[in-house]
Design a protein around this ligand. Structure first.
Ligand code: 0RA
Length: 646
């Protein structure tokens, strides 16, 4: 206490800064979203964002990311280098201000075009506050400077350590394991997917990632370098690569509309899904917002106008709705907004009103040109829209059937459902079980107080390839809707989901631990991803993990989930242990299934989360689409379990 008072050099501002850093450590989730795996990776994005800002200001061409052997992480750029000279107001170097003051960002450089920023756009000082150690190195004006920090506090003033003709900033941080509720281990695929995305969103920028923890077959560290010359056009080709293209080229535009940089790329494919991905300042806006509204408006008005004047709609007996223009459409919208207002539950919905008109105008101009110059494609698109409208009318009838059933609630519950007695949804679980026989075992093994069982017949419908009305007519899918108590579709938005009446807060997919089982689990996940994504986003979807082996000796019984575990148990039990390989759930009796897979005390449920929505979309279309080679490659790369990070 008295020590604080004696430090006369501490200005009121630096004490406030200290409090800011303390606050970050006390309430980390307010700054990085959560303190799990997602929040940990958010630290990386936050550091990279500073380098991206430097690139957007036109001063940086290359960003290198290194996952170090000890799971510290390094980001290096070839920008101007964070200034190290004395900051007049703060009395310390500018570098120290940037690193230790919450919200300092690049404030002292008003000219820089600063629009990037992570989910919350909080700045690198937040990463510093949540790191047990951080080291910043600046290459600038022929010199090398460095400063290190612990828990966000500088441990020495900026010091000169050498000379160099290089330019740039390097930050290495060791995340504080006392803050995070997860091991400090970075996931290569998660970071790589985000860096690839960033390279498409910032064309021309070179971004590399190196993993010093793992080597490939040739003994080199795992490494990828991303650089996109064509930006969103290439992003679309990557995303939609395994779908069958309907038109000749990717329709795209890039320009400035009323001071707002807008980039759009789109393509129609033969699928029945709508895939819109929108970004604001490189952030994926899951919840959409004004830019997406602008895209829809521009698309609908332009296509409608063209279709009307083409005469192709003359004999049509029914109306065309907004949805119809977006069936089989994959599009990416990226805008840069100086002062974005983010709204919505996850703060990923753009609120700035002025953006709607900017994007709408951009899309109208782009599309009008394209349709005029490509009359063949124009006809194909209008025909697709008409077919979509026809299908929508059929789908509505099918959907109304499902809804009528779910409105009847109790009486309408599927006959195959073995419900639980608890009625508070937050306490209830439902197991979606592959096959009637495993369903029967699960029914005997469960705790009927809070666990419900819905058996699903064999391979469920691949919704990736089915038209909407086929999806709603499908028996297993209808059963899932009614059992879960979820209804779908409003007048304005046929895919709007109503999950307020969700009857179980845990939905557990339980399939055999073999190739067929994973295929079925993937089919079910695809259904949730395309038709009930809110359930995944709400953390309601889980995958059960039945054991692979039973090891027995006399009365002793132990289960193993992998070969390693099996060998350890065999060794522990000594000679004469018997190993039973479970090929499916059906080989377990009710008690075994309860003990290993259903009993909350001992089971492991894998919660399904979406790391990167755009990448998840690509993976589902690839896994469930027509093309075999990319699917085989993915499954080989992710062998054992085709683990889908969705
Ligand atoms: C403000 C001013 C200047 C550089 C930067 C910020 C800067 C920050 C970061 C963070 C990571 N990499 C960065 N690179 C640059 C320099 C202004 C000038 O030189 O005139």
């Amino acid at each position: 206490m008295s020590e604080e008072l004696n430090k006369n050099s501490y200005s009121a501002d630096s004490i406030q800064a200290l409090e800011g850093m303390e606050h970050v450590r006390k309430r980390p989730s307010m700054y990085i979203g959560d303190i799990g795996v997602r929040g940990l990776h958010h630290l990386v994005y936050e550091v990279i964002d500073n380098s991206i800002d430097e690139a957007m200001a036109g001063h940086c061409e290359k960003i290198d990311v290194f996952i170090n052997e000890d799971n510290s992480l390094t980001v290096r750029d070839d920008g101007r280098g964070i200034p190290v000279d004395m900051h007049k107001k703060e009395g310390v170097s500018a570098l120290e201000v940037v690193m230790t003051k919450i919200g300092a960002g690049g404030k002292f450089d008003k000219d820089s075009y600063k629009v990037s920023g992570g989910l919350h756009g909080v700045g690198v000082s937040v990463v510093n506050a949540l790191s047990k150690h951080l080291k910043a190195t600046v290459y600038r004006d022929g010199k090398i400077w460095e400063q290190e920090y612990e828990f966000g506090k500088a441990i020495y003033p900026v010091r000169l350590i050498g000379e160099s003709s290089e330019r740039g900033t390097e930050v290495t941080f060791w995340a504080d394991d006392s803050i995070f509720h997860t091991e400090i281990i970075f996931n290569y695929d998660t970071l790589s997917a985000r860096l690839r995305e960033l390279s498409y969103l910032n064309k021309g920028l070179i971004i590399s990632i190196t993993d010093y923890r793992n080597k490939d077959d040739e003994g080199a560290f795992i490494n990828e370098t991303f650089k996109s010359e064509k930006g969103l056009v290439e992003f679309i080709e990557y995303l939609d690569g395994t779908r069958e293209r309907l038109t000749s080229g990717v329709i795209s535009m890039e320009g400035d509309k009323g001071g707002i940089p807008v980039e759009v790329a789109m393509v129609y494919n033969t699928s029945y899904n709508e895939n819109l991905h929108s970004y604001v300042n490189n952030i994926n806006t899951h919840e959409g917002g004004t830019h997406l509204a602008g895209f829809r408006r521009g698309l609908t008005t332009t296509l409608k106008k063209y279709a009307d004047s083409s005469g192709m709609l003359d004999k049509l007996k029914f109306d065309i709705a907004g949805d119809d223009f977006r069936e089989g459409l994959t599009a990416i919208i990226s805008v840069k907004v100086a002062e974005p207002q983010f709204e919505g539950q996850t703060k990923t919905k753009l609120g700035n009103k002025e953006v709607t008109a900017a994007v709408s105008q951009a899309v109208s101009e782009m599309l009008t040109n394209y349709l005029e110059e490509n009359p063949n494609d124009a006809r194909i698109i209008v025909q697709k829209v008409i077919l979509a409208a026809q299908a929508r009318h059929a789908a509505r009838k099918a959907r109304e059937m499902v809804q009528r059933k779910s409105v009847l609630s109790i009486g309408g519950l599927p006959g195959k459902l073995s419900d639980c007695s608890e009625t508070d949804p937050s306490m209830c679980e439902i197991f979606l079980v592959e096959g009637d026989s495993a369903g029967g075992t699960a029914k005997q093994g469960r705790d009927r107080n809070f666990q419900a069982i819905l058996p699903l017949r064999g391979k469920i419908l691949n919704v990736e390839k089915a038209m909407q009305h086929k999806v709603f007519e499908n028996e297993e899918i209808k059963n899932m809707f009614t059992a879960l108590g979820v209804s779908i579709g409003t007048e304005e938005d046929s895919k709007a989901l109503n999950i307020e009446k969700l009857r179980y807060h845990k939905v557990v997919i339980m399939c055999d631990a073999d190739v067929d089982g994973s295929h079925i689990a993937t089919l079910i996940l695809t259904f949730f991803f395309r038709y009930m994504r809110e359930l995944i986003e709400g953390g309601h979807i889980f995958i059960a993990t039945p054991p692979l082996y039973l090891v027995k000796k006399g009365q002793k019984k132990e289960y193993a989930w992998d070969d390693n575990q099996r060998d350890m148990i065999v060794q522990k039990m000594g000679g004469g242990a018997l190993i039973q390989r479970y090929k499916g759930l059906g080989e377990m009796n009710a008690e075994q299934l309860w003990d290993t897979t259903m009993n909350p005390e001992f089971r492991t449920l894998r919660q399904i989360t979406i790391d990167n929505l755009t990448e998840a979309d690509r993976v589902f279309s690839m896994l469930m689409g027509d093309e075999v080679p990319p699917r085989r490659e993915f499954i080989e790369k992710n062998a054992v379990y085709a683990k889908i990070d969705a």
